[in-house]
Structure formats: C-alpha cells, structure tokens
Ligand binder design. Sequence first.
Ligand SMILES: *[C@@H]1O[C@H](CO)[C@@H](O)[C@H](O)[C@H]1NC(C)=O
Ligand SMILES: *[C@@H]1O[C@H](CO)[C@@H](O)[C@H](O)[C@H]1NC(C)=O
Ligand SMILES: *[C@@H]1O[C@H](CO)[C@@H](O)[C@H](O)[C@H]1NC(C)=O
Ligand SMILES: *[C@@H]1O[C@H](CO)[C@@H](O)[C@H](O)[C@H]1NC(C)=O
Ligand SMILES: *[C@@H]1O[C@H](CO)[C@@H](O)[C@H](O)[C@H]1NC(C)=O
Length: 668
Amino acid sequence: MAVSHWLLAPALLLLPFVAYVSAQQGCSVNNTQPSVNENNPSGYVVTTVHLESGFSVTIDPNSPDYGFFTLQGSELQLTQSVDYEKNTLLIVYLICHYPDGETDSLQILVTIVNVNDNSPVFQETNITQAVPEDTKVNATIIARESLSATDGDLDVIYYELTTVVPDTEGYFAIRGLNNPELYLQKALNYEKFNWTMLLLYGRDRPAGSNDTNTATATINIFIEQADTRPPWFLPCSFINTDKSICISSPYTGRVTIFEMSTEPLTLQPGPVYAVDPDYTLNEKIVYSIVGGDTDNVFSVDADTGNLTMNKAVASADSFLLQVMATQVNNIQKYSVATVEILVINKSNYTPYFESKIYNGMVSVGLNPGSFVYQADHPSSPLMITAVDDDFPDKINPDIEYYIKNSTDFTTTRDGFILTSVTLQTPQTVTIEAVGKDTVTLEETSTVIVVVVHATAVTPSAKAHTVQDMAALGGTLSALLLLALVFLGVMIYKQHRKPGKSLLGEKVFLLYFSKEISRGYSNESYEQDEHPDVSTKQPEMSENRSVQSTPPVLEQPVPSFPSSNAQETGSLSKASIASTITYDQEENEEGQAEETKQEKEVKSILKTDRQVSDDGYKAVWFKTDVDPEAGETVEVIENNVSDGDNDSDQDLQNREEEEEDYDKDDHYV
Ligand SMILES: *[C@@H]1O[C@H](CO)[C@@H](O)[C@H](O)[C@H]1NC(C)=O
Ligand SMILES: *[C@@H]1O[C@H](CO)[C@@H](O)[C@H](O)[C@H]1NC(C)=O
Ligand SMILES: *[C@@H]1O[C@H](CO)[C@@H](O)[C@H](O)[C@H]1NC(C)=O
Ligand SMILES: *[C@@H]1O[C@H](CO)[C@@H](O)[C@H](O)[C@H]1NC(C)=O
Ligand SMILES: *[C@@H]1O[C@H](CO)[C@@H](O)[C@H](O)[C@H]1NC(C)=O
C-alpha cells in the first residue's frame, strides 16, 4: 500500500497521455478514475474495457492493489468489499496485448467513497435516575460521560432532549448541542409530578441533514419528596395555585365559667390537628401551647393536640391561645395556630321553638328577598321565634336562624323568612329552620310549610293610614249605635213584659260582621276560609244556646281594613247587626286579629261588661237586669261559666294579638 500511494502523484500526471495512448492502441476504458462507494458487494463492476479486434487485456500482477481486482470478460470487477476506513484509493494496471505481440500499460485509479454506515451508540439506552425534590437549579443530574454516544464513523454527535410526559416540560435540559450533560433547569415540586420520562437523541449529522443515523436513550426521572414544608394545621385553605402553602383559620372553643371540664375541649372547625405536608415522609409532629394561656388554665396533649383544662375559669375574659405544631426531626419546621376560647355562662336550657310547625305563603314570580307571609294572616310576614328559658324574658339575643335544607328560602337574623330565588312553580314546600345559640352553639329546629301561590297576593292594607281607619271606624260606630238603639227600642216595645225576654232566657250578642274590615280580596284565600265557617257552624249550634241567624261574622280579620269603594259597600251591607253567641270562635280559628280601629267598632253587645277597656262599647240585654247593679251583673243563663270564661279569654287573646300587630306593623 505504501508503494501505491508513493506512486500516485507521478501516475496521475501521466494519465491523460496513457488514456490517449491506450485508445490509440486498441485497448480503452470510459473512465480511468472511477469512484466506488465503500462496502460494495464483491463482483462490483468498476469499469468495462473496449478492445479492438486482435487485442487482449490482462491485470498487471505488479499493480499495487492487484488482489482487489479481477477481469471477467471485458469487465473489471472488485473481488471484495472495500472499507473506506481502510482504503481510500485503489490502483490497478491493465496490460494491453497487441496483435503483433507488443504490450502497453493502462492505469486505473479507483477512488473509494466514504458512506455513513455507522450509527451513534449510547452506552445505556435505558437510564433511571432518582432526583430529590429539593435539588438546586442548575445542578447536574446525569454526567456527560454517562450520556455521551460513540459513532463508528467517528462523526461528531449532535444531541437533542425531549420530554415525553405532558406538563413536565422545562424542568430538565442538556448543557449544549454537543454536550448531553443533564441538569435541572427549574425547581421541582413533588405535588406537581413525581415522575417524568425524557428521550435523548444522538445524531451523527446536524439536524436537517440527509443520511443521518440516530440513537435514542430513554431517561426515567423519579422525584423523591423532600422535607421542604413545615406542618399544616387542618383544616386549611390553599393560598396559591400550586398548592404549596395552606393557611388554617383560628380554632374556637367554649368553656363554662366556674366549671372545669375533664373532657378534651370541643373546638370549631375541628380538633387541633396538624400534618406534615411532605406526606411521603410524614414526620412526627408534637404540640405545645406557646402563648395566651393566662393563669395556666389549659394544657395541650403533645401527641394528639387535645386541649384540656387544668382548672376552672373565674373570669369572663376569653383566651387567645397560640398552639405550636413542631416536627420532631427538625424543630425549625413548625407552625402556630390560634385557638380562641370563649368563656360563657352556664346554659341550663336549650332553646326551643314555640311552634313545631309554621305555615307561610308566598306568590310565584316575586323578586328574591320577598317576605314569606303568614298563611293564616297574609298581610303579616312570617316570623319564627326560638325562646330560651335561660333568659328571664325567654329572649336569647344570641339566637340566629337559618334554613337547613332549602336554598330557595333564607331567614333574617330576627327570624323573618325570605325567598332567596324567584319561585316559579305553585307548590307546597316543607323546609326545616334552625335556631342556633351562637354562644353556646345549642340548636333547635322547626318545620315551615310554605304554600307557593300561583297568583299574586297583594295586601292592599298598606294603602291606608291609621288615621283613615280611625275616621272610618268612628263614623261606623256612630251609625251602628244608632241602629242598635233603634233595634233595642223595637225589641223593648214588643216585649215589654217584665221578666220575659224576646227569646226566653237566651242571651243575645250583637256583633259586627267582620266582613267590614276585610282588607284584601284574594279569592283563593277566601275559598280557604269559607269551609272553616261551614265546619264551625254545627259546632256552634251544639255548644251555644242560640243560633237564630247565619253566622256571617266568622270571617277572618286581617290587620288592615280596605277603603276602596267596593269594599266600603260591603262594609255598610255587613254592618247590619247580627245575632250571635260569643265571638271566641275567631280565636279557635287562630286567624283573627283586631286592630285598634276595629276595637272601636266591634262587639258592642256583649254578655259581660267590660269597663276597664277604654273605647270598648258594649250593650247587653236582659229584662231582669237592674242597670243600677253595676259591674257585677251576670246575664248568661246557659253555659254561664263557659261563656264568661270564653269572653274573658277572648279579650285577653285579643290584647295579645294587638300587641302582635303592633310588632308586625314595623315591618310591613
Ligand atoms: C450551572 O452549572 C454549570 C456546571 O455545573 C456551571 O458551569 C454554570 O456556571 C452554572 N450556571 C449557573 C447560572 O449557575
Ligand atoms: C406519584 O403520583 C401519582 C399520581 O400522580 C400517585 O398515584 C403515585 O402514588 C405517586 N407515587 C409516589 C411514589 O408517591
Ligand atoms: C382527643 O379528643 C377526642 C375528642 O375530642 C377523643 O376522641 C380522643 O380520644 C382524645 N384523645 C386523647 C388521647 O385523649
Ligand atoms: C352571664 O350572666 C351574667 C349574670 O348572671 C350577666 O351579667 C352576663 O352578661 C352574662 N354573660 C354573658 C356572656 O352572657
Ligand atoms: C326539610 O326537612 C324537613 C324536616 O326534616 C322535611 O320534612 C322536608 O321534606 C325537607 N325539605 C326538603 C326540601 O328537603
């Protein structure tokens, strides 16, 4: 070989001459300097020799690369595969034999062309690496040597790194195009991902080239959680989107003054409890009180966090304890939570609702925040009240109300029921309302049945002022008095015999139809009420001694009379006195309320005399009553005691109702 290269330069200089000569001499080739790719198959035809008749050709055994060539007929062939990495040029001489016996020489130079026949090779194609979560940015994860590829063609290797797992891009990178050292580019967070997979490509040509061989290595990265975070008190809420910081709200608890509880305190929102957020490590946590424990009243269990009392509290001042949770393995990993301990008075009674069930009504289509009205008294908003026997007046100012199982209704602090949506469907809904003592946390519940009406119920009462009503009432009572006097005179004239009354021993009560003060015209409401009247009627006939006229008076009495023309008409119609027994039925129905104005015009004929109530006019009939007898007159013969009681009770009830009305009035 050394020889062949040594000869190369002079041989090349001779080439044009040789070719020309050989062509002249009857032996010729198309190309005396062919190129052949390395790794050729054996028998590869390098060139073809053209001979004129009488000429022949052989390979000169003294050719530098004689062994590589053979002549098959006129074809010059390679006998073996040639490797560029071993031979880059082959030289062969052909001898041309003339017909006259002379010979001539023809030199062929075969250039071997390098082809990219070797791929880069990684030492390891599957690499697994554990990376601590707290690894510093720019730290080397895998050394260059471990990730470099080699190439049989001795090519320079170009590297590229890609991330397979979504949302884990950007954390790992290689130092450069030709330096595959893997390093951390961005801080890790175990909560985000604990594993990722990378692919490292090694190429023997720059990106975009043809004829590139590529090797691939798979790198699995497992993140190991590090003890990066201090304990968290639970429950807590995250303050950032990557959920790396969680802040707890204060705990609150209650102790009764002068009492020492032996049980662990019950706290809101839950017991004192902290966790190590680096949960795979789950370091042990201990608790201690580090502040606010005036007089050393409280202890905390180091292991459980349970708070207990050492002694009773003698002052009403609340405590603001600071409880620290510390990791045992690292005292600097700690958190502090506040625990507010309120000192409360002893509660002997739990609050309760006076009514187990409340009935309300509301119309569809009203704006959210509309009042629910009392079903039996649609001009007054429904109000629920829980009372507490711990208080002299039973009114516990710390009671708050809420609706437990419906989002369609809410309550005000005072217990009024409001809609919280615009109700669309007429229906009857049952909801549970809770009254909660916000100091003792005692609870009581009641049920509210709300009828959602299809049509709007608009109490017209608001249209009238108290003055209007007073004027109207005054006028009417004057008219009524006139009528009664007339009636009385007529009766007296017809039955003037002493000791005998018109109806024997029966008692008459002259009563004013309540129709007069009916302040609304809701049909469904009236329909609701009339059956009541009819069902009551036989009862009255049984219990009462007289039933001479239909009881037109048993109509519900709303708070506000109406003054529109139509109703004023019905009022005068109804002002015809009716004969009836006691008016206590309205209380049984539980739906009548008397206004102050009504007081002036209602029952003026009564069986009992009530002088204490100003403005309350009563007329009573009985022939054997001596007007001079004064306050002690007793005129009822049948069911005497019954009637008397009823009447007294009635009056009492009425006064209560009036109070109720006054209260309601502020809200209407
Ligand atoms: C990152 O690390 C490499 C070697 O590990 C160092 O040469 C380079 O200066 C570092 N760069 C920064 C910004 O720290
Ligand atoms: C890694 O995270 C997956 C959920 O992303 C979880 O199922 C798996 O248990 C975690 N592995 C470890 C070792 O924590
Ligand atoms: C801590 O208190 C809870 C009740 O609040 C109780 O169930 C638990 O047993 C207590 N733990 C200890 C160790 O006293
Ligand atoms: C506790 O009761 C006392 C009277 O017994 C009263 O003066 C004090 O206001 C009450 N404290 C609370 C917080 O209700
Ligand atoms: C709410 O609770 C009460 C009593 O527990 C029940 O009767 C009613 O059906 C409940 N209403 C709804 C809407 O769940």
